[in-house]
Ligand binder design. Structure first.
Ligand code: CO8
Length: 260
């Protein structure tokens, strides 16, 4: 697959994906959505990749939404198709076996915020701005944002943000629990990489199973979530990573995990 709008940089098990369409502030059009979907598939299959980071090119925007110029020409049928494609891509990102971190460097609006919310957690620079401007365009968030935001910060704050179409600062997003870390712009990638590196030193099967159980457990009754957690916990006792992790602890050395 030839990528026209995404830059890749891979080092030591971490792949940094930069959405690079500066003319439209990295807005998501059908082509970029297709590239994101293909990239997720490729990275998920690649055993050398342990953590993925998604960011936006340039100083101003992470992703300024879905591409309004492309959407403005859509019929109702095409609009629904576009929403379905976007939802499929966001779900693909959300359900990748490896952790995906959003490094939000600027505007994360509409589909851009939905993309960040599809990641496992968000780090952001002080320049980041978050919002769902859709109601001002006569539409609603259509790439899963209504569901993901309300689950993350509760319906009350999600309602206010979505009904008003207002943009909020990185500080406000931090205090609302949308982002985990808020830092100066020049530190965003290094801080995100540092956390990614920490994750790569752990057993990748354990990390993948933890992601699975947290994600799927949210849609289960608590006792079912407990049962699912116990099952995956048990499965890990059939892996070399579990033997290595516990042996390393007892031998007072650093574990070297193979992801099997
Ligand atoms: N789509 C297309 N082009 C965009 C977008 C966008 N979302 N955002 C910015 N651009 C373009 C501008 O048109 C402009 O292009 P040009 O130079 O050719 O006129 C260029 O980027 C720079 O933008 P500005 O001149 O406006 O830059 P400012 O710094 O003044 O403002 C903002 C930056 C605040 C980000 C402003 O551009 C803005 O408000 N953008 C639109 C934000 C928005 O409304 N996003 C939500 C879009 S809707 C959405 O995401 C729905 C998702 C679900 C879809 C469901 C399927 C149907």
């Amino acid at each position: 697959m030839e990528y026209k709008n995404i830059l890749f940089e891979s080092n030591d098990g971490i792949t940094l994906m930069t959405i690079n369409s500066p003319r439209t502030m990295n807005a998501l059009n059908s082509e970029i959505l297709g590239e994101l979907e293909a990239a997720c598939q490729q990275l998920d299959r690649d055993g050398s990749v342990k953590v993925v980071i998604i960011t936006g090119a340039g100083e101003k925007a992470f992703v300024a939404g879905a591409d309004i110029k492309e959407m403005s020409r859509m019929s109702s049928f095409e609009g629904a198709e576009f929403a379905r494609k976007g939802q499929r891509v966001m779900t693909r990102i959300n359900t990748m076996r490896k952790p995906v971190i959003a490094a939000v460097n600027g505007y994360a609006l509409g589909g851009g915020l939905e993309l960040a919310l599809a990641c496992d957690f968000i780090y952001a620079s002080e320049k980041a701005r978050f919002g769902f401007p859709e109601v001002g365009l006569g539409i609603i968030p259509g790439f899963g944002g209504t569901q993901n935001l309300a689950r993350l910060i509760g319906p009350s704050r999600a309602n206010e943000l979505i009904f008003s179409g207002r943009m909020i600062t990185a500080e406000q997003s931090f205090s609302w629990g949308i982002i985990n870390v808020l830092c100066p712009p020049e530190e965003l990638i290094s801080r995100t990489l540092a956390t990614a590196r920490e994750i790569t030193t752990k057993g990748s099967l354990g990390v993948a199973f933890a992601k699975d159980v947290i994600l799927n457990g949210l849609n289960m009754a608590k006792e079912d979530g407990f049962r699912y957690e116990a099952s995956l916990f048990g499965v890990l006792f059939t892996t070399e990573d579990q033997l290595e992790g516990m042996a390393a602890f007892m031998e007072k050395r650093t574990a070297v995990f193979q992801g099997k």
